[in-house]
Design a protein around this ligand. Structure first.
Ligand code: PAF
Length: 286
């Protein structure tokens, strides 16, 4: 099999995408930072369901890492990622360098207020500015018909939807369901950092979250269900716990009613050793 074609410049990316579009083909984009797993590949499948061609991007975006975070040790394996993408049906990989994305003198930042403020916005204040800036660039560089993002990063998905709507970027945003390991742990590139013992404990995050959700969906009081989930995570060895929180599924406003009256999302961020895990779950109102 011929290897997956790789382009590294915006001109080469646009030349291929516009040739496909001139031929009447529909094109979807899957933006990634590499270290691919089945969650990413499910986004390729999602795109290929309704599009003729899938472009994936691979760019570890320095603008979404703070100085103390894992930019330097973020797993990188372009050849392995390209082989996985090809096996999933991807047609082209866009793998730009930092200089292509942020040439000397780059001076623009995209900021999305509101939905980016709570949760990750409080814990990682640099994060959504970096994500919005790079995703705006990727969408405008590629100009696909659609782009797919995982629900695993639920707040990121809402931030991107808001940015695309506000800036009239003519790209449909598709959401892919979170892909989980057999014990329910959400797949994530950062799971590779976990030791075997931590990996076993990590599976408890979704068990504890689902227990809280069952109580809330049965009409139970929200605040004790969240506090007890935090205590259970702490007892299992998660430390620190950044949040276990219930927010409106669309606006991401914190839910302050004693019991649930609206469609919601339970969002969790907690550390295990040096690894920060995030997850989220739909919660139905009674
Ligand atoms: O979710 C990710 O992998 C990244 O945040 C994204 C969307 C590729 C932007 O760098």
């Amino acid at each position: 099999m011929t290897p997956l074609p790789i382009v590294r410049t915006v001109a080469d990316l646009r030349a291929q995408v516009s040739a496909w579009k001139r031929a009447g083909l529909r094109v979807g984009l899957v933006p990634t930072m590499g270290a691919l797993h089945a969650g990413h590949l499910s986004l390729v499948t999602l795109v290929k369901r309704e599009h003729d061609k899938c472009v994936a991007s691979l760019f570890v975006n320095p603008k979404q890492f703070a100085a103390h975070e894992d930019l330097d040790r973020y797993p990188r394996d372009e050849a392995g990622d390209a082989a996985l993408l090809q096996s999933a049906g991807c047609d082209l990989l866009f793998a730009p360098t930092v200089d292509v994305m942020y040439p000397t003198g780059f001076a623009t930042a995209v900021t999305v207020s509101g939905v980016s403020a709570p949760l990750e916005g409080e814990m990682r204040p640099h994060f959504f500015g970096g994500v919005a800036t790079v995703v705006a660039k990727l969408l405008l560089q590629c100009l696909p018909d659609a782009a797919a993002f995982g629900e695993k990063d639920y707040q990121q998905l809402l931030v991107i939807r808001k940015m695309v709507a506000d800036l009239d970027i003519p790209v449909e945003i598709l959401a892919g369901e979170t892909v989980r390991e057999p014990d329910g742990l959400a797949m994530s590139s950062r799971n590779a950092y976990l030791t075997p013992a931590q990996r076993e404990t990590a599976g408890l995050l979704n068990v504890i979250a689902r227990d809280a959700i069952a109580r809330i969906e049965a009409g139970g009081a929200i605040s004790p269900a969240l506090s007890e989930a935090k205590a259970a995570l702490a007892a299992a060895g998660f430390s620190p716990i950044d949040y276990v929180a219930l927010h409106d599924a669309t606006t991401l406003a914190e839910i302050r009613t004693p019991t649930l009256q609206q469609a919601a999302r339970l969002l969790v961020a907690a550390h295990l050793g040096g690894t920060r895990l995030i997850d989220n779950f739909a919660v139905r109102s009674v």
